[in-house]
Ligand binder design. Structure first.
Ligand code: UDP
Length: 254
């Protein structure tokens, strides 16, 4: 890690220059933030689990024809990805009402939505990632109308596929956030799924108990955060090869 040039440090990941041009290494940290950075903590072992969970979900999505930036996992905390130009729009898909939609629109928590709802947020920490309309995205040139159509179509496909995948292991996919990037190939550009798909950016509820198996456990101080992520990995059949030394530790430090 020390040899590589750091490109960017985010809240939960660090990006390093990759071994070949056009590649990056994504390093998954144990850091957790919530409420636009106001709450911070360390969830020991989260990075290892998220690296493995995102590898698994991106690979499965790739197999059903969703283009992604993922190349391969390198080790416990790192994965090789294609370098993309991140589109500054967070795409949220919701199946069940939770979180901000309840506050914003007064929808009762846990109400099934009449249909899956896709929302866009402008990726800007200073502004607190505001909800935006397609109009803002295209008018300000964050994405072209065709790009946005592609993103919406991909987001709905991801939702269909992941909803089924999680349902099969007793988990309801309540909502999730995706990021997309532009991948350049000579003169050609295509939009691919980027960033990560992990319990940090999804709401996952146990089908029996409706208990949270995601970052809401950290946001709401519910405890057993890493255990919940571990259970998601276990149900997906991908518990990482980590020994107890790598995984154990205080679940949440603030
Ligand atoms: N989300 C995310 N990053 C963000 C905002 C939201 O990953 O910056 C995810 C969040 O984990 C949830 C979904 O997107 O699965 C919808 O989040 P919501 O708008 O309800 O916001 P929140 O209640 O998390 O503030």
């Amino acid at each position: 890690m020390a040899r590589r040039r750091q490109i960017y440090e985010g809240k939960a990941k660090v990006l390093f220059e990759g071994p070949e041009p056009g590649t990056l290494v994504q390093y998954f940290k144990d850091d957790a933030t919530a409420f636009n950075n106001q709450k911070r903590g360390i969830i020991t072992g989260k990075g290892v689990l998220n690296n493995r969970i995102s590898e698994y979900l991106m690979t499965r999505l790739g197999e059903v024809g969703v283009p992604t930036h993922f190349v391969r996992r390198l080790n416990m905390r790192e994965q090789l990805v294609r370098e993309v130009e991140i589109i500054p729009v967070e795409v949220v898909v919701r199946n069940i009402a939770a979180g901000s939609i309840c506050k914003r629109l007064g929808v009762p928590e846990a109400a099934p939505l009449p249909r899956s709802i896709v929302e866009y947020y402008y990726k800007n920490d200073e502004l607190g990632d505001p909800l935006v309309a397609e109009e803002h995205i295209t008018a300000f040139g964050w994405a072209a109308p065709q790009d946005l159509d592609d993103m919406m179509a991909m987001a709905l496909r991801v939702n269909d596929f992941l909803s089924g995948l999680f349902l099969g292991v007793g988990i309801r996919l309540v909502d999730f956030k995706l990021e997309f990037g532009r991948l350049w190939n000579d003169e050609e550009m295509r939009i691919v799924l980027a960033d990560e798909i992990t319990p940090d950016g999804c709401r996952l509820w146990d089908i029996e108990t409706n208990g949270s198996m995601d970052k809401d456990r950290f946001r709401q101080d519910l405890g057993n955060v890493v255990e919940a992520y571990q259970e998601v990995a276990r149900r997906l059949g991908i518990m990482p090869e980590a020994g107890p030394r790598d995984m154990k530790g205080p679940a949440t430090l603030q």
